[in-house]
Ligand binder design. Structure first.
Ligand code: GRF
Length: 207
């Protein structure tokens, strides 16, 4: 079993997709050991509790956006729940902090993130809004490994959706979110089954 830690900051719909996939045994070889939120009182914590998963709040009020000391606490919490750099997996699911280089190095190619755009287009915040404003015809979601540069690590899976003429940021975000919920459990399943091979920037899928 791969011990999984999920880091969240908000609503938690991707967390729910992951936990549902574990419950339904779509993810058979992974086990969510802990959900860590940097914000108290968020929806993701209710979702974790509903699924009887341990949750920890490490309130980052007043902490800088990139802070190695704060990240050390997060890593200690992960390790104390068995999510180790040797055999664990960390899934960022709407986690609105930037990880320190020390964190990324320690869990090298063991941290995944979901981004609501077809990277390398539209990295960073408000990706759906910027895609819409740019006039792209195809948008989508990306699951990638986390590298030191934001939204720049090796791409694991991508899914595309059409952009419609009458789309608003909300309708486009909703369509992309459905792809996120499909892709994230799939990426975790592949990882936990040892079916991802990383060569440089490329992630190969073993069938
Ligand atoms: C998602 O759109 C994800 O792509 C982005 O933050 C949002 C998180 O949503 N990184 P949720 O908390 O998983 O519902």
């Amino acid at each position: 079993m791969v011990p999984i830690g999920v880091l969240v900051s908000g609503r938690g719909s991707n967390l729910e997709a992951i936990l549902d996939a574990v419950d339904k045994k779509y993810i058979l070889k992974g086990d969510v050991r802990v959900v860590i939120s940097n914000k108290p009182g968020v929806g993701a914590l209710d979702i974790a509790r509903k699924h009887h998963v341990q949750c920890v709040v490490l309130d980052d009020k007043g902490v800088r956006k990139l802070d190695a000391e704060y990240d050390r606490k997060t890593m200690a919490t992960l390790e104390s729940h068995g999510v180790t750099p040797k055999d664990g997996l960390i899934a960022l699911a709407g986690y609105f902090r930037i990880l320190s280089p020390q964190f990324v190095e320690k869990y090298h190619n063991r941290i995944m993130n979901v981004h609501p755009a077809l990277l390398p287009s539209f990295p960073g915040l408000d990706a759906q809004k910027r895609a819409l404003e740019h006039g792209v015809k195809i948008a989508g979601a990306t699951i990638h490994f986390v590298a030191k540069e934001v939204d720049a690590g090796p791409i694991i899976l991508q899914g595309h959706v059409p952009v419609r003429d009458d789309d608003t940021v909300d309708t486009l975000s909703e369509r992309i979110l459905r792809e996120e919920h499909r892709l994230y459990p799939e990426a975790i399943r592949l990882f936990t089954e040892g079916r991802l091979r990383i060569e440089g920037r490329r992630v190969m899928l073993a069938v």
